[in-house]
Design a binder for this molecule. Structure first.
Ligand code: 5RP
Length: 225
């Protein structure tokens, strides 16, 4: 199977995973990116089985609304049963790098509100050590150069993602050259730099389950300590 077919398989697997949990008042958290978009496509046929969704981006919100799925502001919602989203990298602890689609801050907020985080990814995202994929860091525009200098001190090579403004009006630095052996520590340390909104490490709150699309089928993986 090619990567697109693997993404389609995990999107369908995620629908199968959440279907038994859905109730008429369920509100789902839904992520951003090509895998999340395929999940929305697969979910649309079941829209009568749940109340609606909170989305981590304007793009996903538009897609959901196009299917007639109600999209809620997170401030209106007490509880998200589950958050389903893709990733750029995942390790055996289900710690992730996310933010290739620049939605990392809203993704982290919605993740934090969800009882369960279901990550969906094809096997190209599975890595022994995080960091080959450049780590996205969302920054307040006026702090971009300062934050970049601080990231260099931490051993990274930050690159401004030109032409990219996040849904929150901020900029993205993609940090190359990191070999991340202590993801939770690095996530905290980067977030301490003034001007950083958040970074794309999901280690303090990793995924609870990873549906990984492989040529041997979709594997359901739980965190290894
Ligand atoms: C967006 C993300 C995406 O989940 C991540 O980039 C994976 O994208 P795709 O499913 O297109 O491979 O974090 O900010």
């Amino acid at each position: 199977m090619n990567q697109q077919e693997l993404k389609q398989a995990v999107a369908q697997a995620a629908v199968d995973y959440i279907l038994p949990k859905l109730e008429s008042d369920t509100i789902l958290g839904i992520g951003t990116g090509s895998t999340a978009a395929l999940f929305i496509d697969a979910l649309a046929g079941h829209k009568g089985l749940f109340q609606g969704a909170v989305s981590s981006s304007e793009a996903s919100a538009r897609q959901l609304e196009g299917y007639g799925i109600p999209v809620y502001d997170l401030n209106e919602v007490d509880r998200l049963l589950v958050y389903v989203d893709g990733a750029d990298e995942a390790n055996a602890r289900l710690q992730l790098i996310k933010g290739g689609g620049a939605a990392l801050t809203r993704e982290k907020i919605v993740t934090a509100c969800a009882d369960e985080f279901v990550c969906i990814a094809d096997e190209s995202k599975w890595v022994p050590v995080l960091g080959k994929f450049p780590l996205p860091v969302e920054v307040i525009p006026m702090a971009r150069s300062f934050v970049a200098r601080e990231l260099v001190k931490m051993g990274g090579s930050p690159e401004h993602r030109h032409g990219c403004t996040t849904d929150n009006g901020n900029h993205i630095l993609d940090v190359h050259g990191l070999e991340i052996h202590q993801p939770a520590e690095l996530e905290s340390a980067i977030n301490q730099i003034p001007g950083v909104v958040t970074n794309g490490l999901f280690a303090l709150r990793p995924a609870d389950v990873l549906l990984l699309g492989t040529n041997d089928g979709v594997k359901t993986l739980y965190p290894h300590s």
